[in-house]
Design a protein around this ligand. Structure first.
Ligand code: NAD
Length: 482
């Protein structure tokens, strides 16, 4: 049973949300020539602010500012000097960590304990880590010449973290950037723009333009952008790959996933259940590498399912700013509709649905943690990314069957293996076609570790030494990545 906890809301007084926001171009906030859109709190549907929608002309201004800053200042600066700015940004992120975490939870819907203890600390760590590389690029194995202006487009599920994954390595390597946050979560990127001002970053090195798909398209197809870095859906990733084909732009795509989380009968089951919960209910399941397909060995399937349901019944769903909350709000009405639709399809295709009993708030966008059993590989809920708190459970008998099922997907971003045997972990990791394989853990992120996919999960790596390759002109020396 769940103990009744008194509410423990984090104060939002630390955050000063302005009624309207402009675009951050050449070190200043400007009005822009386009229209505007509203960003809302998905937990309450309250309108938070009016945000400028960048037009093609605004994007052009931002690219020009980035080009000027690149040629006149940033690419001429020594790596050690660039590093000082990155360290300064990292420290300000730490100092303003609570403000960033509260704002992220308000605009995105994710629980404060995640934005406070996961997102923001990893954001700061990313800037610290790449600051360390800025004066050591000659040892990276990828050369030390920057590409120029990077156009970067990111999704809404980890707004500030995806910004850090994009901006930190780009700047460390001497590039300047034009970044577009997602239309439902622009606020922490705009606060980051203020942090750039506070850090005295030279104008034009970082430009933040807000808007939706059209603004993203304008960035990606701008002729003076040398590098396109995109994180988002496979569908838009494919459109971007088509848009830049034939140009000499360098491209990295971090796209969707449908990860297998594989539990063997010799696994420590209570830990595995925690890993299953973390794998799919962390960040409401809005995670590209979420363990959305549980593959459980047949001999322990009933035991795992009963422990999992017992654990799911203790998850606290509700106010993202409450420090006790485990599962927050779904990011948008559109995403909620998609999760509902795929869940209904799961039922109509014959899978058995079970949702944790919980009271959902009446305003805002909510979905109870849900698990489907009796799922076959042909079911759409086993093949398509739901991007919500919905787990599909399949069973297997042998390691080979687990591999076959795990790899039977157009995606290849991540996977998890739960077993007591080290040799089995290594043999599974060798045979799983996934960019990241976690063993007896899940959803662990570290700036030193490369992240990225195979197949329809995209190409290129972010994080670690490998993440530098995307922002440097040199080619990988033969065998360097072996
Ligand atoms: P999305 O593709 O709809 O949007 C992503 C971004 O692209 C947004 O900023 C959007 O405005 C912009 N955009 C939309 N159309 C565009 C176009 N034609 N040209 C340029 N930009 C365009 O994705 P989403 O719904 O915001 O995010 C969810 C997806 O992101 C999921 O599929 C998830 O798996 C993926 N994701 C992947 C990773 C990774 O590292 N592989 C990380 C996080 C999220």
């Amino acid at each position: 049973m769940t103990f009744e906890y008194a509410p423990a809301p984090e104060s939002r007084a630390i955050v000063d949300i302005k009624p309207s926001y402009g675009l951050f171009i050449n070190g200043e906030f400007v009005d822009g020539n386009g229209t505007s859109f509203k960003t809302i709190n998905p937990a309450t549907e309250e309108v938070l602010a009016e945000v400028a929608e960048a037009s093609d002309a605004d994007v052009d201004e931002a690219v020009k500012a980035a080009r000027r800053a690149y040629t006149r200042v940033w690419s001429r600066m020594s790596g050690a000097e660039r590093a000082k700015y990155l360290y300064r940004i990292a420290r300000i992120i730490q100092e303003r960590g609570r403000e960033l975490a509260v704002l992220e939870s308000i605009d995105n819907g994710k629980p404060i304990k995640e934005s406070r203890d996961v997102d923001v600390p990893i954001v700061a760590a990313h800037f610290f880590y790449y600051a360390g590389w800025a004066d050591k690029l000659q040892y990276s194995g990828y050369g030390s010449t920057p590409l120029g202006v990077a156009g970067q487009v990111i999704p809404w599920n980890f707004p500030l973290l995806m910004l850090a994954w994009k901006i930190a390595p780009a700047l460390a390597c001497g590039n300047t950037v034009v970044l577009k946050p997602a239309e439902t979560t622009p606020l922490t990127a705009l606060l980051f723009a203020e942090i750039c001002q506070q850090a005295d970053l030279p104008p034009g090195v970082v430009n933040i333009v807000t808007g939706a798909g059209d603004t993203g398209r304008a960035i990606v197809s701008h002729p003076d952008v040398d590098k396109v870095a995109f994180t988002g859906s496979t569908e838009v990733g494919k459109a971007i790959a088509r848009a830049v084909a034939g140009s000499d732009k360098k491209v990295t795509l971090e796209l969707g996933g449908k990860a297998a989380n594989i539990v063997f009968d010799d696994a420590p089951l209570d830990q595995a259940v925690e890993g299953i919960v973390n794998g799919i209910f962390f960040n409401q399941g809005h995670v590209c590498c979420a363990g959305s397909r549980l593959l459980v060995q047949e001999s322990v399937a009933d035991e795992v399912m009963s422990r999992l349901k017992r654990r799911m019944a203790t998850l606290r769903v509700g106010d993202p700013l409450d420090k006790n909350t485990d599962v927050g709000a779904i990011n948008s009405a559109e995403q909620l509709a998609k999760i509902r639709e795929l869940s209904e399809i799961g039922e109509s295709e014959g899978a058995e649905r079970w949702s944790a009993p919980c009271d959902l708030p009446s305003n805002g966008y909510w979905f109870a943690p849900t698990v489907f059993t009796g799922v076959s590989q042909a079911h759409r809920i086993a093949r398509e990314e739901i991007f919500g708190p919905v787990l599909s459970v399949l069973t297997f008998r042998t390691p080979s069957e687990a591999i076959e099922k795990a790899n039977n997907t157009p995606f290849g971003l991540s996977a998890g293996v739960w077993t007591d045997k080290g040799s089995r972990i290594l043999s599974m990791a060798n045979r799983l076609r996934a960019g990241v394989v976690w063993a007896n853990t899940f959803n662990k992120f570290d700036p030193t570790s490369p992240f990225g996919g195979y197949k329809e999960s995209g190409y290129g790596r972010e994080g670690g030494r490998h993440g530098l390759e995307a922002y440097l002109k040199g080619t990988s020396p033969k065998g360097a990545d072996a």
